[in-house]
Ligand binder design. Structure first.
Ligand SMILES: Cc1cc2nc3c(=O)[nH]c(=O)nc-3n(C[C@H](O)[C@H](O)[C@H](O)COP(=O)(O)OP(=O)(O)OC[C@H]3O[C@@H](n4cnc5c(N)ncnc54)[C@H](O)[C@@H]3O)c2cc1C
Length: 332
């Protein structure tokens, strides 16, 4: 029989909350209460928590930073397992790897040997490998990678998600994508087994992956970066983030681009051309600043967001014959 005490034992009592408001954990600032909200500090504890929840046949949902999610107002009647919790320090623990671990392995580092021969030969042999836990924020990872003089992760610095969410979504921006940089990831499969999968096995495509399709869990991922100039890297990140601030409605709640880019079009342009700039239901509206963003300007609800999204989809389909598929995921 499922017992919350057991999850408290596995994850630590202080990392388990009951009746937790999801609107506190989603960048859309929408979502009712989750029955349980569990955020283990260490990868081993996370795996054990998943195993226990599965054994007891409880519904569960994997949560990163909640930056691509729309949660129901009625909440979630199960366990939300979060890989990340803002503003907390994770202390080193014997034999345990933190959810937000970041380890640099320069050429010659003995720890690299555990990864495949292919990855330590040829061009890659000159690169620094970076091991990152799924709960680390992309912004923090990009800053630390950049300050170490490693180039190639600048594109990710302004994406407000975790590494696990980014691998799952194959997040990308300004010409860069997770797919271009990742070497592979350690995945947790539904039968409880763990396996390191080379990037070719991850089926990373435009905002899609094997992880989404098969409901897998990303525990950690491995990257390779070459050397760059620290000041150039930092400047590039600053420029990209300035572009975001200029173009995106960052003062409001949102889940970023609400719709995927349809082949041959831009979602924002289609929405604008359909006359939907500022289309509003309650406190949720199509952003005036960037039509590709549906924003929560106050106390928006799931139902309001759904109505705005469906109206946009229907109108764009009628006017231009293009169906806008949502990029945002439902917590269900
Ligand atoms: C202002 C703003 C700007 C944005 N800009 C961009 C952008 O430029 N490019 C871009 O690609 N996206 C962008 N996004 C969307 C979002 O930040 C990305 O999709 C991000 O990768 C989601 O990460 P997350 O940790 O928040 O995942 P969540 O939103 O918490 O989850 C997203 C999905 O991933 C799953 N998931 C999360 N972690 C794991 C894990 N460890 N294992 C398995 N499944 C997991 C969840 O179950 C869910 O299905 C933006 C969002 C906002 C709010």
């Amino acid at each position: 029989m499922f017992q919350i005490e057991e999850l408290c034992r596995i994850a630590g009592k202080e990392n388990v909350a009951c009746d937790e408001l999801l609107s506190k954990h989603t960048t859309f600032r929408i979502g009712g209460r989750a029955k349980y909200f569990v955020s283990p500090l260490y990868i081993e504890d996370f795996v054990e928590a998943v195993a226990y929840i599965r054994k007891e046949k409880q519904p569960y949902f994997i949560f990163g930073n909640g930056s691509n999610l729309l949660a129901y107002d009625k909440g979630y009647d199960g366990v939300v397992l979060a890989t990340h919790m803002p503003n907390r320090e994770i202390e080193e623990a014997e034999g345990k790897v933190a959810m937000d671990a970041l380890v640099f392995m320069p050429p010659g580092d003995i720890r690299r040997k555990q990864f495949s021969e292919l990855e330590s030969s040829g061009e890659l042999s000159q690169k620094t490998f970076v091991f990152a836990g799924s709960g680390i924020m992309l912004s923090g990872m990009a800053n630390r990678v950049g300050k170490k003089g490693l180039a190639g992760f600048e594109f990710a610095s302004g994406i407000p998600g975790t590494l696990g969410g980014a691998v799952t979504m194959n997040a990308g921006a300004y010409g860069g994508e997770i797919k271009d940089r990742i070497l592979g990831a350690m995945l947790l499969f539904p039968d409880g087994t763990r396996r390191y999968c080379h990037k070719d096995e991850l089926e990373l495509g435009y905002r899609t992956s094997l992880i989404q399709k098969d409901s897998l869990v990303v525990l950690w991922a491995l990257f390779a970066f070459g050397e760059g100039d620290v000041s150039e890297i930092v400047q590039k990140m600053q420029e990209l983030n300035a572009r975001r601030k200029e173009k995106q409605p960052l003062q409001y709640g949102s889940a970023g681009s609400t719709f995927k880019r349809p082949e041959g079009h831009f979602a924002g342009k289609l929405i604008e051309d359909a006359g939907l700039r500022g289309f509003r239901v309650g406190d949720v509206m199509v952003s005036e600043k960037h039509c590709g963003f549906v924003v929560n300007v106050g106390d928006g609800t799931y139902d309001e967001a759904r109505q705005v999204i469906e109206h946009v989809q229907k109108t764009v389909q009628e006017k231009f014959g293009v169906w806008l598929e949502t990029e945002v995921k439902l917590v269900e």
